[in-house]
Design a protein around this ligand. Structure first.
Ligand SMILES: C[S@@+](CC[C@H](N)C(=O)[O-])C[C@H]1O[C@@H](n2cnc3c(N)ncnc32)[C@H](O)[C@@H]1O
Length: 398
């Protein structure tokens, strides 16, 4: 080894030691942890050769397959409930073939999802443990069983449909699963699979940022609210599910004047077990006439990305027709992709929407054009960065 090469090896060892101690400190502070992770990821991108990038991608589906197989074989829970476990013990507990267990856990160990602590012996680590939380483990099952299967089918589907931007009538999901049913009716007929989607949704809700925590609610809603009319509506959540967003709003603004109204399809409204009694529940199909005219704000979250532009125009026109010019606001809480430089996660979310619904995530310019086309103008785009959803505040054009 040349002297300069030996010096570099020493520097790498020194760097590794200081990174190990810095990582321990960074784990105590979320901002520092994210910053250090971003720096290290950027360096990996510099050091990985183009061929390594392609080979890594080739083998990525195999990682998800190993984990989903481990879930299906029931390997995760016993490793977490009593650690460590031998392959022989796991074979007795799960009634699965020992050789197969060893092969699957070899992958999980290399992925750092379990710790291989001895010959054919496995211990849980924090990643193994979090997989037993339903919103994580169940959410992964939905993302593998329905989303990934649909995503893997995208190239064949695009080839079949002549490489057109998917706009229906058949979705990639329907083509992949050879079914006439769209995703939600399909899941409703498969309660276990529906349960996995509900797990995923629960997990997403736990990490939610509320729109009113980063925007100026006074200027958007309260200033200028018609407080003389005792029947006035402050906020309608259209397609609001079981009302969690309105409930969070009520908790933050318990004295806000005006009605809060939750709208969704009849089965969803009927399924609500508990909701603040001040919130009005209303069955409403957002493709039909909006029954509440002249509300201060019409709020819609994570619904428009399920559809293509033509269908979104149908939904938006029903809202626009109900809006009072110069007074009513439309609040859209969705991903607003930057026109240039979308990060990987939201870029892939768009592909997910394409595969499951023929829906899409939109750039800011796309949103502006879509809203303009139905007679709306954007008042302000409220953003807290590229890695999360943002709020579009819009009004009817004069
Ligand atoms: C992805 S969820 C979003 C729910 C909620 N806004 C949130 O962010 O958690 C889509 C919602 O749209 C509702 N939905 C679907 N089609 C609808 C329709 N035609 N009219 C009204 N709501 C509908 C669903 O029942 C579901 O609650």
């Amino acid at each position: 080894m040349s002297p300069s090469s030996a010096r570099n090896v020493d520097r790498i060892t020194e760097l590794q030691n200081s990174l190990t101690s810095l990582s321990k400190v960074a784990l105590e502070n979320e901002d520092e942890r994210k910053k250090l992770l971003a720096v290290l990821r950027a360096q990996v991108a510099v050091l990985e050769t183009p061929l390594e990038v392609v080979w890594r991608m080739m083998m990525e589906p195999h990682q998800s397959t190993a984990l989903r197989s481990a879930q299906g074989m029931g390997l995760i829970e016993p490793i977490v409930s009593s650690s460590p476990r031998t392959a022989t013990e796991l074979a007795t507990i799960t009634k699965c073939d020992k050789q197969l267990i060893v092969r699957i856990l070899r992958c999980l160990s290399a992925m750092k999802m379990v710790d291989e602590v001895d010959y054919e012996t496995y211990a849980s680590n924090p990643t193994t443990q979090i997989l037993t939380v339903p919103s994580v483990g169940g959410g992964f099952k939905f993302m593998f069983d329905e989303a990934a299967v649909s995503v893997v089918h995208v190239p064949a589907f695009l080839s079949k449909t002549g490489y057109k931007n998917p706009e229906g009538p058949e979705t990639c999901f329907q083509s992949a699963f050879n079914t006439d049913l769209q995703l939600f009716p399909y899941l409703m007929a498969n309660p276990e699979r529906m349960g996995h989607l509900n797990d995923l949704m629960t997990g997403q809700r736990m990490n939610r940022t509320e729109w009113f925590d980063f925007s100026d609610v006074d200027s958007i809603l309260f200033d200028g609210m018609d407080t003389k009319d005792s029947d006035a509506t402050l906020l309608i959540d259209i397609g609001g599910g079981r009302g969690h967003d309105l409930e969070a709003f009520r908790n933050k603004f318990p004295n806000a004047k005006g009605k809060l109204v939750l709208q969704d399809l009849p089965p969803v409204i009927a399924d609500i077990e508990a909701l603040d009694s001040s919130i009005v529940r209303m069955e409403h199909n957002f493709f039909t006439e909006q029954p509440i005219k002249g509300a201060r704000a019409y709020y819609i979250r994570s619904c428009l990305h399920d559809y293509n532009d033509a269908d979104d125009r149908k939904i938006l026109r029903q809202i626009v027709d109900a809006m009072k010019p110069g007074y009513s606001k439309l609040l859209i809480f969705e991903w607003i992709l930057p026109d240039v430089g979308t990060p990987l996660y939201p870029a892939l979310l768009d592909l997910n929407m394409l595969a499951l619904f023929s829906g899409m995530e939109r750039t800011e310019t796309h949103w502006r054009n879509l809203l303009e086309s139905v007679g709306l103008e954007v008042v302000k785009v409220w953003s807290i960065g590229k890695e999360t959803e943002g709020l579009i505040e819009a009004m009817k054009k004069a």
